[in-house]
Ligand binder design. Structure first.
Ligand SMILES: C[S@@+](CC[C@H](N)C(=O)[O-])C[C@H]1O[C@@H](n2cnc3c(N)ncnc32)[C@H](O)[C@@H]1O
Length: 210
C-alpha cells in the first residue's frame, strides 16, 4: 500500500463491513502468514469492475491462496462466468484449491505453473485480466494476456506503483524492478493513450481497456 494513503485507506476500509466468514478467515490467515493479498479497498474496486463489466471470462495472474480469485469468481458467477488463475508456488496453489472448494465454487480453473509459460498455452479469449504476480515480469504478463483479451476487455494491474518506490527513495536491491515498472507505465501511456489510466490508490493500479 502507498504509505501516503494509509489514513485515507483506513477510513475507506472502516466503512466496509465484510460478512463472508471464509473471506474474513482468509484475511486473517494472510495477515498472520505474510501472504500478500489485495488490500481491502482494492478488493472492493476489483469486484466493482468485474460487476460493471459483467465479466464472464476472467484470467488472474498470481493466485496466492485464492482470495482475490474467490471475489472475482463469485462476482462473475452471477453472469455465468468463470475464472482461470495461475500460481507458481505449489503450497499456495494447494491452499487456493482448498479455499475455492470451501467457497463452493465450480467455475474456477486453477493452474499450477509459471505464468510466463502458462498464459501462452491458453487458447481462449478473456474479457477481464487481473495481473498480480512478480512485478519484474509485468510487461511480459501484459503482452501475453493482451493477445487473449477481447475487444472492450479490461486489464487490471495491481501494485504498479510498488510501495511508492517509483517516485521516492527505494532500497538499491529494487533498482531493476523500479526501472522496469516505470518504463512499463511510460510505455502504457504512449501506446494506449486515453485507453490507459493510472490510479494512485492501494499500491497503485493500472487500468486498460482494449
Ligand atoms: C500478490 S500475490 C497474489 C495475491 C492474490 N491475487 C490475491 O490478492 O489474493 C502474488 C502471487 O503471484 C505468484 N507468482 C509470482 N510469480 C509468478 C509467476 N511467474 N507465475 C505465476 N505466479 C506467480 C506468487 O507466488 C504469489 O503467490
Amino acid at each position: 500500500m502507498l504509505e501516503e494513503l494509509k489514513e485515507a485507506n483506513g477510513y475507506v476500509t472502516g466503512k466496509i463491513k465484510e460478512k463472508d466468514e471464509l473471506i474474513l478467515e482468509m484475511e486473517k490467515y494472510a495477515a498472520e502468514n505474510n501472504v500478500p493479498i489485495v488490500t481491502k479497498e482494492v478488493a472492493e474496486y476489483l469486484k466493482f469492475m468485474v460487476n460493471i463489466n459483467r465479466s464472464t471470462n476472467i484470467l488472474e495472474v498470481g493466485t496466492a491462496i485464492g482470495y482475490s480469485g474467490i471475489l472475482m469468481a463469485k462476482a462473475s458467477e452471477k453472469y455465468g462466468g468463470k475464472l482461470t488463475t495461475i500460481e507458481i508456488d505449489e503450497i499456495r496453489y494447494k491452499e487456493a484449491l482448498e479455499n475455492f472448494k470451501k467457497a463452493g465454487l465450480t467455475n474456477v480453473n486453477a493452474i499450477l505453473g509459471d505464468a510466463s509459460e502458462e498464459i501462452k498455452k491458453l487458447n481462449e479469449e478473456f474479457d477481464f485480466v487481473f495481473i498480480d504476480a512478480s512485478k519484474g515480469h509485468y510487461k511480459e504478463f501484459f503482452d501475453d494476456s493482451y493477445k487473449l483479451l477481447k475487444k472492450d476487455g479490461i486489464i487490471f494491474i495491481d501494485n504498479i506503483m510498488f510501495r511508492g518506490y517509483l517516485y521516492k527513495e527505494y532500497p538499491k536491491r529494487f533498482k531493476t524492478i523500479v526501472r522496469k515498472l516505470d518504463e512499463f507505465i511510460t510505455w502504457l501511456y504512449e501506446e494506449f493513450g486515453e485507453k490507459f489510466v493510472l490510479l494512485p490508490f492501494g499500491d497503485g493500479i493500472g487500468l486498460l481497456k482494449k
